[in-house]
Design a protein around this ligand. Structure first.
Ligand code: SAH
Length: 391
């Protein structure tokens, strides 16, 4: 290994505390051209600290992969994949769940890529150019430990001229492909943009709805995307569901999710509208809901307005209280890595206090077991808090 990269003492301290993410300010020298190879991170005496790589992605500037000198090659990767598969035996042996995360980047010891399993197909997502440079070796190593994979699709999650999604090997997945989670079917499109139709990290929350948390209740699902929460709620006996999303595509995709489960559409409303417009509409029509699910993107732009979780979550909660039935439940979710659980809770509870309601935090979820996080706060990005509210 030739390239040595000197790190600041602060950067080294963070690495030794278990945080594998390299930040640009950890580097002693400025990097003009990112080396497309494994590098050796060293201290100010040029002594070995760790092996890893530099790569620009939406978070950070590179990853520590190993703190021994054994070197990164196909065998090293195969071992990581093997360990990840081993850890997920409960998911493989659960016949009611055929989609889950197989390899969670840094949480499985290799930052910069993730692999999802969808009914024998694999979807591999690349988060920076450097790791993508090693695509052939990584894929070869993956197929060596997972020879039964039916097909492979890749997603490009870094700035590039390349297509977001590409079928790479094996059989081309059917579109839609039907996968299962806790007995509920979901239609997914593995080779369409960088999203597939289901966010696998929400399985525990969908699981609660499937089990009957919303049985007999009226459910409002905001930012509903393909309606996965609505389908789980309807499957679990919800009286009716309303799914609201701005994207035109959400209508057909949500209908399809109900249909693949044989759930009648009469009790399911699917509305293409801005969330804040819908709050006003529901207020005017005196509509109320027993359960309101809020799962916005971290950041979005609609017409000239921008929505960001950090600035607007409180408003979502206040507007929800207005149309919540007495003794209702708010399921507040965010995947914003830069918003700590403490700040998220504070934003929600401040809003509830502004509305002068009694509330109680009754359940909370972070990333599920197939999404192991690394030992730094942003790595466990998902936060879902269930609040009961008495008006
Ligand atoms: N809750 C969903 C995932 C949400 S993804 C699930 O669990 O499957 C975010 C969704 O928010 C996208 O589908 C996007 O179209 C929608 N969205 C973004 N801004 C919006 C707005 N202002 N009003 C309604 N939907 C919005």
């Amino acid at each position: 290994m030739s390239v040595k990269i000197e790190l600041t003492n602060y950067g080294i301290k963070r690495i030794r505390q278990g945080n594998p993410l390299i930040q640009e300010e950890d580097l002693k020298q400025s990097i003009k051209k990112i080396p497309l190879e494994w590098v050796e991170f060293v201290d100010n005496k040029h002594k070995y600290v760790a092996t890893g790589y530099l790569g620009k992605q939406n978070k950070g500037f590179g990853w520590v992969i190993d703190q021994t000198r054994r070197g990164i090659n196909q065998d090293f990767l195969a071992q990581k994949f093997q360990q990840a598969i081993q850890k997920r035996q409960v998911f493989f042996s659960d016949e009611t769940t055929t989609a889950f995360r197989l390899f969670n980047g840094e949480g499985d010891g290799f930052g910069g890529m993730t692999i999802d399993y969808y009914a024998d197909y694999l979807v591999i997502s690349w988060y920076n150019q450097t790791i993508y440079h090693f695509q052939k070796m990584i894929v070869a190593s993956l197929l060596q430990v997972f020879p039964t994979a039916k097909g492979l699709v890749e997603k490009i999650r870094f700035k590039s001229e390349l297509l977001e999604s590409r079928w790479l090997a094996g059989e081309k997945p059917e579109e839609p492909l039907i996968v299962m989670e806790n007995g509920v079917s979901y239609a997914v499109y593995l080779d369409e943009g960088y999203m597939t139709g289901i966010f696998l990290d929400q399985k525990e929350v969908r699981g609660r709805l499937t089990e009957g948390l919303a049985a007999g209740k009226k459910v409002l699902n905001m930012f509903s995307y393909t309606g996965a929460f609505s389908v789980a709620a309807a499957y679990g006996g919800a009286l009716e569901t309303t799914s609201v999303d701005l994207a035109q595509r959400s209508l057909a995709k949500t209908q399809e999710q109900f249909e693949v489960n044989g759930l009648p559409l009469e009790q399911q409303k699917i509305i293409v509208m801005d969330t804040f417009d819908y709050f006003r509409y529901a207020g005017r029509k005196n509509l109320t809901y027993d359960v309101i699910i809020l799962d916005p993107p971290s950041f979005a732009r609609n017409k000239k307005k921008t929505f960001s979780v950090a600035k607007d979550y409180g408003r979502l909660i206040e507007d929800s209280v207005d149309i919540l039935a007495d003794d209702g439940l708010i399921i507040a979710s965010t995947n914003a890595a830069n918003l700590s659980i403490k700040k998220f809770k504070y934003a929600i509870e401040t809003a509830l206090q502004n509305k002068k309601v009694d509330y109680q935090l009754v359940e909370s979820y972070r990333l599920p077991a197939d999404f192991p996080a690394s030992d730094f706060e942003e790595s466990n990005y998902l936060k879902v808090l269930f609040y009961t509210v008495k008006k």
